[in-house]
Design a protein around this ligand. Structure first.
Ligand code: MD3
Ligand code: FE
Length: 216
C-alpha cells in the first residue's frame, strides 16, 4: 500500500535533474491517471499484452504491447521496430491523444520542445517481473529523448552510465511519475528490479510503464 496515495500532486519544485539530461517529474501524470489508464486498456484490447521471446532464447517476464506508427518487437531474430503487430498482422493501435499530449508536455518541461514520438511501448509487470540491464539504442535518432511514465505499483529502477559496469543509481518510481531521458543519459544502461507484491488502488496487482520514443 502506498501511504502517500491521497496526497495532492507535488509541485514543480520536485522536478529534478537526476543525471545529465535526465529529469524526474515526480507525480507529473497523477492528475490525469484515470484517463491514461482507460486509454491503456483500450490499446491492450486491440493489441493484447504478450510475453515476447528474446534473441537469447528467453521469454520476457514483462508483458508488452505498443501503439503508434511503430511498435517494439522482440523475437529469436532480434529486437526491432515494426509497423504491424506480428500477432495480428494489423497496424498497431493509434497513439491516444492523451498519451501524445502527456509525452510532449513532459518533454517540453525538460527542455525538449519538439518531441514527436512515433512509438509508445507498454510494459506490464506482475509481482516478480523484472527487466534486465540494457540500453535502448534501436531508435533511429538518438538525439530525441525517451519519456517514461509509471502507473500502478512502485518499482525500483536502476540506471548507470553508458558503460555497463559503472555503478548504478537506484530510483523508486511510483504511480504518476514521469522521467525524461535525453542528452548524455539517452544511452545509459538501466534495469528494473523484480516487482514487489502489492495492490494499487487503480491498477490492482501490477505496474504499467509507458515509454514514448522517436523510433523511425
Ligand atoms: C534510461 N522500461 O521499455 S522506463 C524499456 O520501467 C524500459 O518498464 C523500463 O527500460 C520500465 O526499455 C524503464 C525508464 C527508461 C526508459 C528508457 C530509457 C529509462 C531509460 C532509455 C535511456 C535511459
Ligand atoms: Fe529501456
Amino acid at each position: 500500500m502506498d501511504l502517500f496515495d491521497d496526497l495532492p500532486p507535488p509541485s514543480e519544485a520536485e522536478h529534478a535533474q537526476i543525471a545529465p539530461g535526465a529529469v524526474l517529474l515526480r507525480g507529473f501524470a497523477r492528475a490525469g491517471d484515470a484517463a491514461l489508464l482507460q486509454a491503456v486498456e483500450a490499446v491492450i484490447a486491440q493489441a493484447p499484452l504478450r510475453h515476447m521471446q528474446t534473441p537469447g532464447g528467453y521469454t520476457m517476464s514483462v508483458a508488452t504491447t505498443s501503439c503508434g506508427q511503430l511498435g517494439w518487437v522482440s523475437d529469436p531474430h532480434g529486437y526491432r521496430y515494426a509497423a504491424r503487430d506480428p500477432h495480428s498482422g494489423q497496424p498497431w493501435p493509434t497513439m491516444p491523444a492523451c498519451f501524445l499530449g502527456l509525452a510532449q508536455r513532459a518533454a517540453a518541461q525538460a527542455g525538449y520542445t519538439d518531441f514527436a514520438p512515433d512509438a509508445c511501448l507498454i510494459n506490464q509487470y506482475a509481482p516478480g517481473a523484472k527487466l534486465s540491464l540494457h540500453q535502448d539504442k534501436d531508435e533511429r535518432d538518438l538525439r530525441a529523448p525517451i519519456v517514461s511514465l509509471s502507473l500502478g505499483l512502485p518499482a525500483v529502477f536502476l540506471f548507470g552510465s553508458t558503460r555497463r559496469k559503472d555503478p548504478a543509481q537506484r530510483l523508486r518510481l511510483v504511480h504518476g511519475d514521469v522521467v525524461v531521458w535525453g542528452g548524455p543519459s539517452r544511452l545509459a544502461y538501466h534495469a528494473v528490479m523484480p516487482l514487489a507484491e502489492g495492490e494499487h488502488k487503480l491498477l490492482g496487482r501490477r505496474r504499467i510503464n509507458l515509454t514514448f520514443r522517436r523510433a523511425g
